[in-house]
Each structure stands twice: as C-alpha cells, then as structure tokens.
Design a protein around this ligand. Sequence first.
Ligand code: NIG
Ligand code: FE
Length: 411
Amino acid sequence: MKILLTNIKELLQVRDTAPNKVSGAEMKELPTLKNAWLLLEGTLIKDYGTMDTLSITEVDKTIDCKNKIVMPTWCDSHTHIVYAGNREQEFVDRINGLSYQEIADNGGGILHSAKKLQETSEEDLFHQSANRLKEIMQLGTGALEIKSGYGLTTEAELKMLRVAKKLGESFPIKVKTTFLGAHAVPSEFKNNKQGYLDHICNKMLPEIAKENLADYIDIFCEKGYFTVEDTHQLLSEAKKYNLIPKIHVNQFNAIGGVQAGVEHNALSVDHLEVITSEDIIALKNSETMPVALPSCSYFLSIPYTPGRKIIDAGLPLALATDYNPGSTPSGNMNFVVATACIKMKLTPEESINAATINGAFAMGISETHGSITKGKSASIIITKEIPSYGYLPYAFGSNLIDSVIINGELI
Ligand code: NIG
Ligand code: FE
C-alpha cells in the first residue's frame, strides 16, 4: 500500500541521515520541510520532498495535509503499561495528606499493584493493557518500552512479560520489554532483601532469558528499595544474559545510581528528579541517555527533572511518560512534551527532539524510529489545522491530533 501525503504545512524532524541522538545545543535544532509531501510504502517511509518536486502519481491513497503538520510518532521509552486495576484510592489518600512513600510503607504502592496482578489472569491482563495501548496509539505514540515489576514472583513476572510481548505482536506499535523484578521487595521476602535479589538472579533471570522475554534489565535504585550495591549485583548478573540496563534512579534521592548505571553502560537512566553535579559529570563521560518523566512529577507533586541544566551541560535528554498505576496513570506524550516546555523550560524544538529521536535512542530503536528518514518505520502523526508546531505544547490541554499512522497502518 502506497500512501502519499501532500500539501503538508510543515514536515518535522526530517533527517536525510539521522544521528542516533541529539545532545546539548543540537537539541534546539528541529529540521523541517515546509510545503512538503511524504510517501509511505508498506511499513516504511519511502521518500519526501517539497511540493514543487512532487512527480508521483500512482498511489493507493492520498491524504491532503493542507494547514496540517506531520511528524514522527512519539517514542515512549519508559512505561509500566501492563498492570491490573488501578490505585485511585491512593490518589485520594494523597489528596488527604499521606505521602507516596508513606502509602508504600503501609503496604500500598507497588506491593498493592503486585497483589492485584498476581490475582489477574493473563487474558484479563492482556485485555486491560491492550485498552491502554489503543488509547496511546490514538495519542500519537508509535513505539514504547514496557516494564515488568508488578509481578514480583517468577510466575507473575513471566505473565507480565508475556503480555507485553504479545501486545507488540498484536498491534502495529513497536514494543521493547524490560525485566524489572527488582521494583520492590515482596512481602514473602520482607526483611530478606538479599534473598529476593538472589531469587531474581538464580530463578527469574534464567527463566526470562530462556523464553527470550526481555530486551533490558531495570532496578529501582532508591532509599527504601534497592541500594547501589544491589544494583551492581543485579546488573552484573543480567549482563550474562545480554540484558542492557535501563534503570530507575534519583527519583527521591541521589544515592549513586547514575554512576552505577554508567559503569554498566546503561542505555538510559530514568527519573533524575534529583541530580548532583557528580551525576552530570558521570553522564558526560558516557553514552547513557538521561530520561525525564515530567508527568510523574506533575502527578506526585515532586520536583521536575532539571532538564534545562542537563541540556545546558551539553548532554542529551529524552522524555517519556512512565505510564503506571501509582505515580503516573497517564500515557499521554503530548502532555509530557508540553509539560517539559512549561515546567522544565525546554523549547518546543528540544522537547520534540527529546520525545522522538532521543526517545528512540533510549529504547534502542534509533535505526527504525524517531525521525522522518527514508527506510525508517512509516509511523507518523498528522495534526489538525494548527498555526505552527510550537502550538502543540502551547495549547497543552487540547487534542491537536487529526490522525496517526503506525508502521503503515492508519489507526
Ligand atoms: O517509575 N518509581 C518506581 N516505579 C514507578 C512507580 C511505581 C508505582 O508507584 O507503582 C515509577 O514511578
Ligand atoms: Fe517508572
């Protein structure tokens, strides 16, 4: 199937040869073509140009994009979209004064979601997660990473990862999976964290590797969860199975997780609401992508990742949703991009780069996603009629998406 988009007001993120990421001052540059056409053939981007160069006539479908902007779909490199039920009650508890950490200390939080997920069948879990996935595809997400971590038993972690993998097989959206067994210490191992870590290393990791269920390894490196030493143990063990780290660090405290991630060549270090100058130096000497999750900061009323400081230090930055039932029950990348502009002082160009090309890097799919480049996946957003791309974060509460094509399929 050949789809031709014509009269595009502005085609964003056009890269003839795409870099795998953009850093520092480069993030301010968003290459575009005005008054453009774009040809999609099957699942791939075939060609593009300005309207004065258009000579293609034989296509299956033509879409007139007059006054509309076209851009690559969002790459959401950090989600926990496979979960059961919700944590609406904790939301109300927080309104009434309890903190996120107090709720977790009282047996709520991640452990609550784990209990719920353990009781949910694989079929039901798939159904609940597929509904969320369908919604985010409509919102312009064309690729996402999905973590386990609400199972916390071998059986339930395998169930989560099988569901995540099946989502990728059932929908045109690209899915990468991450094993996050070290998300919290389950009650069976209360006061025996080392026992749980050993269980992850000796039992869970081999089974997950045997079924080839995960691309990446994650750990919640945070006070009250897992230490830097635990992180070293897990990441060293995961390396034996070729699982690359993408880890939760510095959400509430900077305890050295960034350095640990960098030491193990992490693809990304995510959260970073708290960041020290040592963390910045460690990242400067690495290929690791810092990832900010502004809708988590919004929902929990915690500090925003100092994205301005990170970019001004010459580093790259990616943006993701963190879609999960506890800290971010939202998978809306449009809101993330707007919030990064409004609260983290990123320019629209920086924010769009962070949510496309750098998001693709943070989930290891730079070759196929993140830019309008010949041969990359035919995954694009067509906006409604808007005055400019800056209008997307500016009009932050509006749905400005007209249609979405993912891997050649109209959603
Ligand atoms: O990334 N911080 C760790 N994990 C998730 C939230 C977990 C939860 O509250 O369910 C996050 O925010
Ligand atoms: Fe997360």
